[in-house]
Design a protein around this ligand. Structure first.
Ligand code: FAD
Length: 406
């Protein structure tokens, strides 16, 4: 029997290969990566790796020995260059052809590149993989002036790490709020204050007129006429899903490879998971770029390929760590839901979302030293219970969330 072939040996692909074996799949599993590393987790790249608290090899989710024990045919630095669904065949960059019985795209994404006047002549760093992290770490010396374009999670985590390494940091964000796509104003404001308290300069509503580079310095000219000069310029403005291969193979794509509720693409034997997969959501399709989504989709698909499962369902969850505060978001945080702010002294801020009948649907929380993790877990349980609670009860910091589980 032809193998199950996984394109992309990152977090979702690596996890799927391991889970397939753990679920009892006995056929051949072929895991094809284009990076020269074992499958690894990316979240520490912007945090512990930049801070020097973790080495890239500590990010691996498996070992060569485990892959051999699991009989996983793992290929490194071997991009897949063509997929031919009608013949169940794919071609590798080295010219080799492989047949498959099921194929999984776990190809993730690449950083979206800046397109600003002058940017072709400017060295700009991005962060997605171990090579990017190594280059950035080398550049972040104490007292270097670092400009970061993009006030989303990657940009802000890099800002936090760079500042802790002793750099002078300025973040440019086009919107009037940090991470505005996913965070409510109260949490964005807390994030803004946290960076200010740590001497990171944040320029909101920053329209960039021109970038230029002269004698090892990069200058950023804002539309207001303000000019900043940096030793290092980094951009964190989102990712573009790696879907060209799928598109060329005739699979339906939009912003990501379109899948159904079983993570199956428009072709019956081809699936997509992780950052590249656009799953059915809110009447359309949406990609979820989180660690947990990659883990859960990999686990689901391993089970589904071994024995058919009911539809994939998951609750969105992600975290970010910056300076001495942690941030977590769970469930839905749509502005169409009712939002209640729960302020627990100075220690933590939560925004809890409910539907029109008072059912808890999601929350965002931010606070010191991981103190929010416990409450976000409780809120996750309340969401699963479809618990109806009054806004007053939720807003009252003396309400013990655990007591609501009864
Ligand atoms: P990836 O892990 O990117 O793996 C895709 C792999 O496919 C890559 O190795 C790629 O090179 C390979 N590939 C692509 N095309 C081909 C091809 N043609 N042939 C072979 N291989 C190919 N999430 C959180 O929830 N919390 C966090 O704090 C957080 N921090 C993050 C920090 C950083 C710096 C980054 C980059 C991401 C962070 N994330 C975080 C997001 C999380 O890491 C991603 O959601 C997760 O890695 C997605 O896994 P994936 O397998 O879909 O993609």
């Amino acid at each position: 029997q032809a193998p199950i072939v996984i394109i992309g040996a990152g977090q979702a692909g690596g996890r799927l290969a391991l889970h397939l074996r753990e679920e009892g799949y006995r056929g051949t599993i072929c895991l094809i990566g284009d990076e020269p590393h074992l499958p690894y987790e990316r979240p520490p790249l912007s945090k512990q790796v930049l801070l020097g608290e973790s080495t890239p090899t500590q990010l691996s989710m498996t070992t060569v020995v485990q892959l051999a024990e699991y009989s996983i045919d793992w290929r490194v630095s071997t991009p897949v260059t063509k997929v031919d669904p009608s013949n169940h065949l794919l071609t590798l960059e080295n010219g080799e052809s492989l047949s498959y019985q099921a194929l999984v795209f776990a190809t993730g994404g690449v950083p979206r590149k800046l397109s600003l006047p002058g940017c072709e002549a400017v060295p700009i760093l991005y962060l997605r993989n171990q090579a990017d992290a190594a280059a950035l770490k080398t550049a972040l010396h104490p007292s270097k002036r670092v400009g970061i374009i993009g006030g989303g999670f990657i940009g802000l985590e890099i800002a936090s790490s760079a500042k802790q390494l002793g750099c002078d940091v300025v973040v440019f964000e086009a919107a009037n709020q940090l991470a505005s796509r996913v965070l409510p104003a109260e949490i964005s404001n807390r994030l803004f204050e946290l960076h200010q308290q740590n001497d990171v300069t944040i320029k909101l509503q920053a329209g960039i007129e021109q970038l230029s580079h002269h004698e090892d310095k990069t200058s950023v000219l804002l539309k207001t006429g303000e000019r900043f000069v940096f030793d290092v310029l980094v951009a964190g403005i989102g990712i573009i899903p790696n879907q060209t291969l799928a598109e060329a193979a005739g699979l339906k794509v939009g912003n990501g490879i379109l899948v159904d509720a079983y993570l199956q693409t428009s072709h019956p034997d081809i699936y997509a998971i992780g950052d590249v997969a656009a799953i059915p959501m809110n009447g359309g399709h949406q990609r979820i770029e989180t660690w947990r989504n990659a883990e859960h989709q990999a686990r689901y698909l391993a089970k589904h390929l071994v024995s058919p499962q009911s539809e994939f369902e998951d609750l969105m969850w992600f975290w970010s760590d910056q300076f001495d505060e942690g941030l977590q978001v769970v469930g839905e945080t749509s502005p169409t839901l009712k939002a209640t702010v729960r302020q627990q002294n100075e220690v933590a801020t939560f925004v809890i979302y409910q539907d029109e009948v008072g059912c808890i649907r999601g929350a965002a929380g931010m606070g010191k030293d991981g103190c929010i993790a416990k409450d976000i877990k409780l809120i996750e349980r309340l969401i699963a219970m479809k618990k109806v609670v009054s806004m007053e009860t939720l807003a009252d910091p003396s309400t013990n969330l655990k007591s609501l589980l009864k």
